[in-house]
Design a protein around this ligand. Structure first.
Ligand SMILES: C[S@@+](CC[C@H](N)C(=O)[O-])C[C@H]1O[C@@H](n2cnc3c(N)ncnc32)[C@H](O)[C@@H]1O
Length: 216
């Protein structure tokens, strides 16, 4: 198991989502994909308390990462959590709209964006709705608003042969892969969480190392 849930024991703030066990699925999938060739540069879009990026940097001592969030409190919390976990020297946290202003090329991009539709949010019990910041939950009318923007940023910033991993809602295993295809990327597989629900889409853009090996 990675550090995802331990970050909860580190520090949260009113601006951060409480990390979920489901997010371990994303971290584990990325670790598995890069088992033999760890990435050098990682981008975590919508980093919250920083749990995904910090977990990955902890596992890969040679890697560097950038985490973004629109919420100033989230960025500050993620910075402190990176300090606590000994990865601050390799992590940069930026307050920005998704990946606006982030330049460079990343071997691995991860994101657990807000993906709950407005209708579902409206029907949540107030104690549930108020437990996490609305910015961390609200995926717009159909729950897909964030993915549409994030995917254009991924297209701009992913290295050739790079991989990206998106956490999804249990009912988005068709819609999100379709959006991935719309940017010319390949949704390689949808990975279930421990409860058996579709939770992560593993994707790549362009030519993978495996394909290169096969063709050359
Ligand atoms: C579902 S939470 C995930 C947080 C963390 N990555 C995790 O897995 O626990 C989504 C995050 O996206 C951030 N967010 C929402 N809108 C954003 C935007 N326009 N630009 C950057 N981050 C945004 C929220 O503040 C929140 O931290």
């Amino acid at each position: 198991m990675s550090l995802v849930l331990e970050i909860t024991g580190n520090e949260l703030s009113p601006d951060t989502l409480e990390p979920r066990a489901d997010t371990e699925t994303l971290v584990e999938a990325a670790l598995q994909r890069f088992r033999d060739h760890p990435p050098r540069r990682i981008l975590d879009i919508g980093t919250g308390a920083g749990c995904i990026l910090i977990s990955l940097l902890h596992e890969w001592p040679q890697a560097q990462g950038v985490g973004t969030d629109l919420a100033a409190g989230a960025v500050e919390t993620a910075r402190r959590n990176a300090e606590r976990n000994g990865v601050a020297g390799r992590a940069r946290f930026v307050q920005t709209n998704w990946a606006a202003g982030i330049d460079g090329v990343f071997d691995l991009i991860v994101s657990n964006p807000p993906y709950i539709s407005r209708e579902v949010i409206a029907n949540l019990a107030p104690e549930v709705r108020n437990h996490d910041p609305i910015l961390a939950l609200d995926g717009g009318e159909d729950g897909l608003d964030a993915y549409k923007i994030i995917l254009t940023e991924i297209k701009r910033t992913l290295a050739p042969g790079g991989w990206f991993f998106l956490e999804i809602g249990y009912d988005q295993s068709d819609s999100v892969p379709r959006l991935v295809e719309n940017i010319g990327a390949t949704p390689e597989r949808v990975i279930p969480d421990l409860g058996g629900n579709p939770r992560v889409v593993e994707c790549h853009m362009g030519i993978t190392k495996k394909t290169l090996g096969k063709d050359s």
